[in-house]
Design a binder for this molecule. Sequence first.
Ligand SMILES: [Zn+2]
Length: 365
Amino acid sequence: MRRRDFVRSAGSAALLGALPGCRSPAPAEAPFTLWTWVHGNRDRDTDAWREQFARLREAGFHAVLVGGGDIDLVSGAARAEGLEYHRWFWTMNRNGDAWVRENHPEWFTVSRNLESSLDHPPYVGYYKWVCPSRGPVREYLRGRIADLAAHPAVDGVHLDYVRHCDVILPRALWDTYDLVQDVEHPEFDFCYCDVCRVQFAALDGRDPLEIPDPPADEAWRRFRWDSVTGAVRELAEAAHEHGKPITAAVFPTPSIARTLVRQDWDRWPLDRFFPMLYQSFYLEDIPWIGDGVREGVAALAATDGDVRGGTATPLNAGLYLPALDPPALAEAVATAREAGASGVSTFEMDGLTDDHLAAIRDATV
Ligand SMILES: [Zn+2]
């Protein structure tokens, strides 16, 4: 056994042993897999895509998470180079969905100031979100996921934007938007639509608009987490009905995800998680990536038995290439691996220089 593998196995065993109530035995070690997000709507023909994917294959990559572009064309090229093709899907941010915007303006989330994210998108023009509490929204998204999962060229479905709008932005973005977000401001706090208000009142007896200090209210916070989680359960069911795995890009750790975007992701029944451990967004450094991996892996291990049938759900660390030159990328990959990640995913493919690929190869042999 190589030293790194030994350290990793020993680390995992110690971690599992330390978790109270964890019933699963230490799992067989999964292979360390390399994935990358890919913008699929680039102007490339089959040969040009194959050329890109051949570079990935030579560096040891396993799969691509592709958003946009022609499914058959890009998947055909990926598979011809031995890569799995997973379709990257914007879930609750439906800015790009003209049909929903035109036919169902009432599906969009409403802020504590009672403004719709359709008409008053917070931060940026594309921040238009549908409400996960609504039955017809879930049904619609479920249909979209079922269509993708049924597609023979799709090896898996990858969810992104599975959350509410950021009530607090990652720290490095405060300056970008000239904001100080040390508290939850009402214009960024969602969702206070009619359906959320009625559902919460039925559970709790209160109208959320009448809660004196909504950010401090545990029941109201949990309602938003559970609303997103309930939608995710239905989407997972839709993918699994077609025998396809379903994964998600999530905020860096369960605690950050709950605080910033109402994502309680360690309770989701998915097949693999890709926390976006983008250290520069949080004014952090590479060791923070390892800390984040450890928190995520421990949180998944603690909920695997109840939520995901007892399997050791893999976690791939999402790595942000603009903040990682090739030596830093090698260090980030090694750090994630030693912390117990089952792999990494880079954002995004066109940022991978030859030197980046060589660094990844060296870090994973
Ligand atoms: Zn709502």
